[in-house]
Design a protein around this ligand. Structure first.
Ligand code: ADP
Ligand code: MG
Length: 238
């Protein structure tokens, strides 16, 4: 279970409105991608879903429960940060298990969950290494591992691949797709990269200036863009 509903969600920074009334139903288990130009509000919207950013108006529901005013740790959603947010002095094993340790989980449970995440992410051989001794792709997998161990109802990704080089970015795209299949969990994914969105998403949400321009499958957006902005942004022939 991991459906997320946004109801007339708005965000104001002082008297500047950056999210202008978003209504969206994210289905349990889907990989939905927010795409749009820099500054359109993708990160702000994702941070509101995670609870890292306060919602000015409207409601955020998780599995039918209102979580609008809950802190991140009460939302059962895991934000996957970019790989540079790893703890440099900790091993892979300790990085992945950190949230469980802080929550006071028993050692055996931590070990089991960490090993399980390592297996899914193919990190078994790197457990004793420090982040600096890993490749960019491996570091990104550790960052995802830190989220997996908490068994969230949904994963939230903010441009997780943007600091990887081009070829690695393509490899990691497959990795995210494989992970989504393996975990069968809702994923909300932010990118400004149209190709990434088109290859990964079940559905794409195109944002512009804090408003939804269109929601649909990659094919729907490509074949039937609602307006010129979507057509140009997605690169469809019309
Ligand atoms: P994106 O992730 O799509 O690039 P953001 O969500 O980061 O866009 O930003 C959307 C808008 O909100 C931008 O105009 C940005 O300058 C503004 N903004 C973001 N965070 C803050 C903040 N803490 N205070 C004021 N304005 C902000
Ligand atoms: Mg952003």
């Amino acid at each position: 279970m991991g459906s997320i509903s946004l109801k007339s969600v708005e965000k104001w920074f002082g008297d500047v409105q950056v999210i202008k009334g978003i209504d969206l139903d994210i289905l349990d288990g889907e990989l939905i991608i927010f795409v749009g130009p820099s500054g359109c509000g993708k990160s702000t919207l994702l941070r509101m879903i995670s609870g890292l950013e306060e919602t000015s108006r409207g409601q955020i529901m998780l599995d039918g429960n209102d979580v609008t005013h809950k802190v991140p740790s009460e939302r059962e959603l895991s934000m996957v940060f970019q790989s540079y947010a790893l703890y440099p002095h900790m091993s892979v094993e300790d990085n992945v298990g950190f949230a469980l340790k802080t929550a006071g989980a028993p050692k055996a449970e931590i070990e089991e969950k960490v090993n399980n995440a390592a297996e899914i992410l193919k990190l078994d051989a790197y457990m004793d290494r420090r982040p600096k001794d890993l490749s960019g792709g491996q570091r990104q997998r550790v960052a995802i591992g830190r989220a997996i161990v908490r068994k969230p109802k949904g994963f939230l990704f903010d441009e997780p691949l943007s600091n990887l080089d081009a070829s690695l970015r393509v490899d990691m795209r497959f990795e995210i797709a494989r992970l989504h299949k393996a975990l069968e969990t809702t994923m909300v994914y932010v990118t400004h990269d149209q190709v990434e969105a088109m290859t990964l998403a079940d559905r794409i949400v195109v944002l512009k200036d804090g408003l939804i321009m269109q929601v649909g499958s990659p094919r729907e957006l490509y074949e039937k863009p609602d307006n010129v902005f979507v057509a140009q942004f997605i690169g469809s022939p019309k």
